[in-house]
Design a protein around this ligand. Structure first.
Ligand SMILES: C[S@@+](CC[C@H](N)C(=O)[O-])C[C@H]1O[C@@H](n2cnc3c(N)ncnc32)[C@H](O)[C@@H]1O
Length: 297
């Protein structure tokens, strides 16, 4: 991208798309559009209206800086622009939180299907809330629910809580710091939902370079990926009311084992749900209505 030539928006997009594609960036055109829109302070679709316009020198300098960071450092677009859309909500993100992924919307759908009344006064727990994505999506859909969002990372909780303020959802949300259910001792919920860290540390070498910019605590579930999920499944029954629902996001190859762990933990109605790419993505289950025989003794 020479500094002398006066580039139109269309030329900048075409050059950058090619540049990103050559460096193995998958969504090259989309990334170029998002970064250019950000540098120009406009919406992505406006670029199409303004194809023949020539950005100012400062705008081009801002864009060039973003392009370099995307192409060479492989910083994710969401972190470069500080925003990520999830469930039609615009969330602030940074290097302190996992940028929410589209596949996590499968978990939100599974949760909502188990809380069918839009005005229900459900008590909901989102463990490992990160940017607040799941908790905020559920709160936006179930306006009477009381949502508790927890994380082990205080930095993440700050971002989640600020997102709640910006979306005017703070009133029925509370944010608590702690290790899994240790954040809510003795409490019970109608729904417990979680997208825990589930990447296996032994796979770290083969991961896309973008993941190096996301917090390790949000990614790795120990050596085999199950450390946090298995601990949660083993404990979750105590945090559910009778017939309370549980839904957890997993990596596709973890579904069978996590479903089996749910069975062993005394949960029932166990289902494995697929994401839009038809990969197993969520294990859902329910606490039995009656105490099990060994609990009555
Ligand atoms: C995969 S990210 C999910 C973030 C967000 N819920 C989403 O779906 O985009 C996992 C989150 O769990 C948090 N976490 C990791 N270990 C935890 C633990 N033991 N207790 C509570 N939160 C934990 C991380 O800080 C991170 O925010």
């Amino acid at each position: 991208m020479s500094k002398e030539k006066s580039w139109t928006i269309l030329e900048l997009l075409e050059w950058t798309t090619e540049h990103f594609a050559q460096r193995g960036i998958e969504a090259a055109r989309l990334d170029a559009e998002c970064l250019l829109a950000h540098a120009l302070g406009t919406k992505r679709l406006q670029l199409y209206v303004d194809f023949e316009k020539t950005p100012e020198i400062e705008e081009r300098a801002r864009f060039r800086e973003l392009v370099v960071r995307r192409a060479t450092e492989r910083v994710p677009v969401s972190q470069l622009i500080g925003k990520k859309e999830f469930w039609s909500l615009e969330l602030d993100v940074s290097g302190d939180v996992l940028s929410p992924r589209p596949e996590t919307e499968t978990l939100v759908e599974a949760a909502l299907a188990r809380l069918p009344d839009p005005r229900g006064q459900y008590r909901i727990l989102d463990l490992g809330t990160g940017s607040g994505a799941i908790a905020l999506a559920l709160s936006s859909e179930r306006s009477e629910a009381l949502v508790t969002a927890t994380d082990i990372s205080p930095e993440a909780l700050q971002i989640a809580s600020s997102n709640a303020d910006k979306l005017h959802l703070s009133e029925r949300l509370r944010f608590l710091e702690g290790d899994l259910l240790g954040a809510v001792p003795g409490e019970q919920f109608d729904l417990v939902v979680s997208n825990p860290p589930y990447v296996a540390r032994r796979d770290a070498e083969s991961l896309p370079p973008e993941l190096a910019h996301e917090p390790e605590v949000a990614l790795y579930g120990g050596e085999d990926g199950f450390a946090v999920a298995s601990r949660l499944v083993a404990e979750v029954r105590g945090a559910l009311v009778p017939e309370g629902a549980f839904a957890i996001e997993i990596a596709p190859d973890q579904a069978e084992r996590v479903a089996e762990e749910c069975r062993k933990a005394g949960l029932e109605e166990i289902e494995i749900l697929q994401d839009l790419a038809r990969r197993p993505r969520v294990v859902a289950a329910r606490k039995p209505a009656e105490p099990a025989r060994d609990e009555r003794k």
